[in-house]
Design a protein around this ligand. Sequence first.
Ligand SMILES: Cc1cc2nc3c(=O)[nH]c(=O)nc-3n(C[C@H](O)[C@H](O)[C@H](O)COP(=O)(O)OP(=O)(O)OC[C@H]3O[C@@H](n4cnc5c(N)ncnc54)[C@H](O)[C@@H]3O)c2cc1C
Length: 440
Amino acid sequence: MCAIECIYDIEIRKQYSKDKSSCKAVIPKGVFFPKTTLEVSEIVKKSLNDNFNISIWGAGSGVNGGAIPQDSEEFVISLQKMDKVEILEHDFIGRAQCGVNTLYFQQKCEEKGLFFPPDPASADISSIGGNLACSAGGMRGYKYGTFRDYVIKITFVDGKGNIITTGCETFKWVTGYDFVRLLTGSEGTLGIITEASFKLIPGNIVKTSIYINFESMDILVAGFLKLMKNSIIPSNAEFMDSYTLNVIKEYLPCEHKNNGCVLLLEIDSYSYENLENDLKKFKKLAQGWDYIISDNEEVSHNLWKGRKRLRTELEKVKPNVFSEDFVLLYSKIPDFIRFTEEICNKNNIFFCNFGHIIDGNIHFSSVYENDEEKRHIEKIIYKISEYVISNGGTISGEHGIGKYKRELMIKEIGQKNVDIMQSVKKVFDPHNILNKGKIF
Ligand SMILES: Cc1cc2nc3c(=O)[nH]c(=O)nc-3n(C[C@H](O)[C@H](O)[C@H](O)COP(=O)(O)OP(=O)(O)OC[C@H]3O[C@@H](n4cnc5c(N)ncnc54)[C@H](O)[C@@H]3O)c2cc1C
């Protein structure tokens, strides 16, 4: 008999009924809080024995409904009490249990003079396990890579309760199939990830921020590409269109001119000399541009303030937020922006576009108050998704599929791919008890 803490209190269960997506809340039957991998395995074995399904919870910051139970007969397994971190500073390795908060992990690496680059904008509210399960990206993806590029070994529990460790704490590893990367991004459908090891890189990076106003998205994209082609590779490059800027206008460092948009850059380097050289180069390339370069941390903080507050400010416009996750090639971005503007204005929908331009990752967003508005926006998002797919893009660069984008996934990758994925699922979780109804 499994003696692991399971909470049945309704107020606690409600906290595990809803993530940050637009998907409907579902209150689970109970919530387990294991502290070890062995306990996770015991819960899975109990679920097989007692015939219940498990929905996996990292920190609930997901925006696709992946952590929401499928029905009220399911139990949630929360990894939040698995929160140990270990940094092997001389080997450039970080180990984390999966309930560890991502920002906390980044800070622990920093304390040892090391750098863990993956940096989802939700680092302060998400977990290492959730980030691995979604293969979270974020702002530094292009220059430094995402979660998938840093994880080298994981321990997980499959749908039969087996504890499996895969990968190796070395910087190269090709001994057999790469299940580390298969589990990363599998959204909890193949196993419950409990522990992981990551490659770290040297810290002590110096950086500065640049805030650039452009007159239109066409000019912004051209300006950004001019920098890239001249080898200025920002560690962060975010864009915000004029609709986004209106939402956060009280947090902007300068006046927002009508229809203008902003490119926000972070430039970094291992030496001040190189950073200075990049800035000199930037100033030459940016002649005639309207920009602010930060010369200290406080100014940088102010330049990024609006971008960081965006989700909170959107929730003030209307309480529920759609946050899409499209990715397109650079050359397709201006037309995408025009398309969304036309379709949303024609259908009288509030929207804005912002995101990680350096990856072509656009967070088209909208807000709603009631079910009628929600359904109306969903129809438009479906059309926008079709537009993205027909232009060679993807419906998800970092948020994943969850419950929310199942139908669209088939549209993008086709039934043959889905069939193979379902066969793989059967190998890892033959009784379909882990995150049932997610992805498929
Ligand atoms: C303001 C805001 C900004 C965001 N910015 C970004 C961003 O820049 N980049 C980005 O990639 N995402 C971003 N997101 C989305 C979200 O934070 C990520 O998807 C994140 O990876 C979810 O982590 P979590 O710990 O909250 O997981 P949850 O939301 O709890 O779960 C997400 C999925 O992972 C599964 N899961 C969780 N833990 C495990 C585990 N240990 N083993 C197996 N499966 C598990 C869940 O079942 C679910 O399917 C943002 C969200 C918000 C609200």
